[in-house]
Write a protein that binds this ligand. Structure first.
Ligand code: T5A
Ligand code: NA
Length: 210
């Protein structure tokens, strides 16, 4: 029931940004903090590499298989669809989800390859709408200097510059932008502030679907 209002449901919090912007580090810290505060919370990520679809994505990202750009786009989306009902169940039962990448990654990365943006957005329609999107903002050059860069398909400076442009076009005023070049501790503090603010206010009475 999309019109149902439920002030006790969990919040859907999404972290976005370029490769190596620090999402994984921050979602771990945020999870630990909220858990210790006694909240019911889970940490999720997309792609979820544990499913059958996720294994195909993982192999593609590791350059172990080749796929048409449209086909891999739809697999990323399918990977979110296969988790949709569980996601809804968790949120309705009061669990807050911290999600490392979501639909915006799907659209930003595929449109950076030159795919039509409307076509990229279409398979995302009907997935659950986040209560909060936090963008960890870092330049492609700074991100490239961080450890481990270069192991996966999209971790190349020229491509990440295009992804940064796509994200800029996708962003709207509801997104919270945090400078991802600050210290891990300073980002953690700012992230807590926007997340706690959202958990207290933004999902009260807001329906989960568009
Ligand atoms: N993708 C994804 C699509 O094309 N379509 C989709 O629909 C989806 C969902 C895999 C790729 O798939 C693409 C996007 C990606 O290219 P992934 O597995 O989530 O996605 O890979 P990444 O997002 O790239 O994950 P990374 O592990 O590379 O980066 P994170 O999680 O952003 O960064 P993190 O926390 O691991 O940190 C990276 C390094 O920086 C350091 C860390 O210690 C680590 O070494 N670091 C900092 N250093 C200095 N200051 C800070 N504040 C720091 N924070 C972290
Ligand atoms: Na990566």
């Amino acid at each position: 029931d999309n019109t149902e209002s439920n002030s006790s449901r969990g919040a859907l919090i999404v972290l976005e940004g370029l490769d190596r912007c620090g999402k994984t580090s921050q979602s771990g810290r945020l999870y630990k903090y909220l858990d210790e505060q006694g909240h019911s919370v889970e940490s999720w990520r997309f792609p979820d590499r544990n499913t059958g679809v996720g294994q195909m994505i993982s192999s593609y990202l590791a350059n172990k298989s080749q796929l048409d750009d449209h086909a891999i786009h739809l697999l990323f989306s399918a990977n979110r669809w296969e988790k949709r009902s569980l996601m809804e169940e968790k949120l309705k039962s009061g669990t807050t989800l911290i999600v490392d990448r979501y639909s915006y990654s799907g659209v930003a990365f595929s449109s950076a390859k030159g795919l039509d943006i409307g076509w990229c957005k279409a398979p995302e329609i009907g997935l659950l709408a986040p209560d909060l999107v936090v963008y960890l903002d870092i330049s492609p050059e700074k991100a490239a200097e961080r450890g481990g860069y270069g192991d996966e398909r999209y971790e190349q400076l020229e491509f990440q510059k295009k992804v940064a442009g796509s994200y800029l076009a996708l962003r709207d005023s509801s997104w919270k932008v945090i400078d991802a070049t600050l210290s891990i501790e300073d980002i953690e503090k700012k992230l807590r502030e926007v997340v706690l603010d959202c958990m207290m206010t933004c999902h009260k009475g807001k329906a989960l679907s568009h």
